[in-house]
Design a protein around this ligand. Structure first.
Ligand code: DQA
Length: 149
């Protein structure tokens, strides 16, 4: 079975982008660690990062179909700044009806600017991991596996 690791805008810059906030780990490091972690648990990880809202929506739709056919376990999703703006991502997750999505934020958005306190994605998410750095992605994979057990 497959798990999707989905990262939204600007997360391709991880490692060099505001390292005091997001740390020194690159997206390539995250994807490698998560791929190894998922493999240890018996799952194949597919990774996609996009700066384009529509590409993220298309991928959620694809995994909605894979979930229904029993080929996917769920999705770990850091929507980046689209978290705070995108009703379309909320609707995509609601629209595929069933795909478990764990929303994941590297930084503690609640300890930051007020405009980061609201998430359009959270009401559609199966669960949320916030503020645990890039370790949060690994914890989100664990959460998907455990909720299916
Ligand atoms: C983020 C938090 C968002 O507010 C921000 O726009 C990001 C990254 C995080 O992982 O902490 O791009 O989702």
């Amino acid at each position: 079975k497959k798990i999707l690791l989905l990262n939204g805008p600007n997360l391709n810059l991880l490692g060099t982008r505001e390292p005091d906030v997001y740390g020194a780990t690159t997206l390539a490091d995250v994807e490698r660690q998560c791929t190894e972690h998922a493999a240890r648990l018996g799952y194949a990880l597919e990774c996609l990062q996009s700066n384009w809202e529509g590409a993220l929506i298309d991928k959620i739709h694809e995994y909605g179909r894979l979930y229904k056919s029993g080929e996917a376990l769920g999705c770990v999703f850091n929507p980046g700044a689209f978290t705070h703006t995108s009703i379309a991502l909320h609707d995509a997750i609601k629209g595929v009806d069933g795909l478990p999505v764990i929303e994941c934020h590297i930084s503690n958005v609640h300890a930051r600017e007020a405009f980061r306190h609201h998430s359009w994605v959270s009401p559609a998410a199966a669960g949320i991991i916030i503020g645990l750095g890039t370790n949060g992605y690994l914890l989100a994979i664990d959460a998907l596996v455990r909720r299916a057990a």
